[in-house]
Design a protein around this ligand. Structure first.
Ligand code: C2O
Length: 561
């Protein structure tokens, strides 16, 4: 196995879109940042040099970090942040997972601009893909363009995150021609040039802060082959639904009539209720056929107009529900460890809600996201991460009791939100090494109409079931459970007014963040921590942190000066 090395210089640069220059925090001057490409089994070393004015950590989203949560990049959970003018090298191994993941900053809202693809190819080369070898592989990072310094947003977030909206969706940083600004300046959208008859592996990543997207290409279908770096049984669809944090690998065969160009579209399907006036974040790019050789006649003036796809309705969540529900695991690459636990040692019901939480000494109250009616507060107290690891508040595993729920009816009023109290606390859930865990996420819907993409660090989860309404153990278990070939994901999309059930084995000792990947939800506390205890052997115990892990407070870490 090789060591793949990168240097990430994080800094602010001016970028101009929509006739306005905005200061953006990015890696190596690029948005999206550089793609990391590895072969399964490789080691990775990324030297992060923080030239930005913000504290920084980088999270390798979906990389399991076996016995290595120290490289997971969650500030004040697994490390102190890399301060401005400091540096840190993340080192980790990538094993037993393949396909597309991504990396992003895990501070403030900066994941919206500090992000990039993380591509894991099979050990034995492209011919060992469990699908036809693609002619070309194309990372497609779906993002948003914010005409504001995202590093500044979080400071006011607890007071009000109303009114912060992206100006446009983006594909690989391109806005597209729907976004004219005054003076009629038209920005060219993303263009994918294809040759007729060839097949392309699209590696889609949703790096947006607030929107799930529907992705379609007029006149074409996709065959989905992987999600969250786990292969799925080939699934043919004309629409890909992708929520923040999720990745989807899909084959596209360029089999449409080659004499015209076709639109490629990414469209927000969830104008968030928390962001009036319900903006619709759209971008449009082009799939362009190259004729024999590279004669660009297809794009010429006399070419027929591009074809636009028919998109799902604005508030139509069903294509997303079906897309997610139709994926099944291929369970191909590594049968060991890929069996759904048949017996469960721990069962948790986690309610997701938007209650009220007050910060800053109670003076500023905002809508708070919460998990299980408590809210993790992550702040710069100067605690050492290794201290956070040991003395998390003891919280004995709760017995699974579906009858003690008290769901709140929908109603975004302050009074109703108050019915759902949110503690200001840092809580975690401890698991014994090797425990088979089932978590049912239940959206309780106060103050939100969103789907919640719940992301668990350090593990993949078997998504065994999803449904609308309230989960009902007597009705749903095992009738609605797929214990044979459920999709394996690091992010589970919990339907609006619905639920999703996952199983996983707590076999990775360490501290693992669990949170909604909507940045505005996690920023107000829709997060908690799962802690897995050490196992009995050296091979099942978390080693101490690397000596150069950044320290909180002054005088430590590697300064650039
Ligand atoms: Cu992609 Cu904790 O995040």
């Amino acid at each position: 196995a090789a060591v793949v090395e990168h240097t990430f210089v994080v800094s602010q640069v001016g970028m101009t879109h929509l006739c306005q220059e905005t200061l953006v925090t990015v890696v190596n001057g690029q948005l999206p940042g550089p793609a990391i490409e590895v072969t399964e089994g490789d080691w990775v070393a990324v030297h992060v040099i923080n030239k930005s004015p913000y504290n920084m950590t980088i999270h390798w989203h979906g990389v399991k970090q076996r016995l290595n949560c120290w490289a997971d990049g969650v500030p004040m959970i697994t490390q102190c942040p890399v301060r401005p003018n400091h540096s840190f090298t993340y080192r980790f191994n990538v094993s037993r997972q393949e396909a597309t993941l991504w990396w992003h900053a895990h501070v403030s809202c900066l994941l919206g601009c500090v992000h990039g693809a993380f591509i894991i190819r099979p050990r034995h080369g492209a011919s060992s893909y469990p699908f036809p070898k693609p002619h070309r592989e194309v990372p497609l990072v779906i993002g948003e363009w914010w005409q504001t310094d995202l590093g500044q947003i979080d400071k006011s977030l607890t007071n009000s995150f109303f009114g912060f909206n992206p100006s446009s969706a983006t594909i690989n940083g391109k806005l597209g021609d729907l976004n004219n600004c005054s003076g009629g300046l038209v920005e060219e959208g993303y263009v994918l040039e294809v040759e007729a008859g060839k097949n392309y592996l699209l590696r889609l990543i949703n790096a947006a802060l607030i929107s799930e997207y529907y992705f379609k290409i007029a006149g074409h279908k996709f065959t989905v082959v992987a999600a969250d770096a786990n292969y799925v049984k080939p699934y043919t669809t004309d629409v890909i639904a992708i929520a923040p944090g999720e990745t989807v690998d899909a084959l596209l065969v360029a089999d449409a009539a080659p004499e015209r160009s076709n639109y490629m579209v990414a469209l927000a399907n969830q104008p968030s209720i928390t962001n009036p006036p319900f903006p619709v974040t759209v971008t449009r790019g082009t799939l362009r056929y190259l004729n024999d050789g590279d004669d660009p006649a297809a794009a010429g003036d006399d070419a027929p107009p591009p074809l636009g796809p028919e998109m799902p309705g604005l508030h139509d969540m069903m294509p997303s529900f079906y897309f997610h529900g139709n994926l099944t695991s291929l369970r191909l690459a590594h049968p060991r460890g890929r069996t759904v636990p048949a017996h469960v040692d721990e069962r948790l019901l986690v309610t997701l809600s938007m209650g009220s939480v007050c910060r800053n000494g109670g003076e500023s109250c905002a809508r708070g996201g919460s998990i299980d009616h408590s809210s993790v507060v992550v702040n710069g107290t100067g605690e050492q991460p290794q201290q956070l690891y040991t003395p998390l508040p003891e919280r004995p595993p709760r017995p699974f009791n579906f009858t003690d729920r008290a769901f709140i009816p929908i109603g975004p009023t302050e009074a109703e939100a108050q019915l759902e109290p949110t503690r200001k606390a840092t809580t975690g859930q401890r698991f014994l090494y090797g425990a088979a865990v089932e978590v049912v996420f239940q959206n309780t819907a106060v103050m939100q109409s969103d789907y919640n993409p719940m992301h668990l660090h350090g593990h993949d989860m078997f998504v065994v079931a999803q449904g609308h309404g309230d989960f009902d153990a007597a009705r749903d278990v095992p009738a609605r459970y797929n214990l044979v070939d459920p999709p394996v994901r690091n992010t589970v999309l919990v339907p609006s007014l619905g639920w999703a059930a996952v199983r996983f084995v707590a076999d990775n000792p360490g501290v693992w963040y669990l949170h909604c990947h909507y940045e505005f939800h996690v920023a107000v506390g829709m997060a908690t921590v799962f802690v897995t205890e050490d196992g009995p052997t050296v091979g099942s115990a978390l080693p101490p942190p690397p000596a150069d892990l950044p320290k909180c407070g002054g005088g430590h870490g590697s300064s650039l000066d």
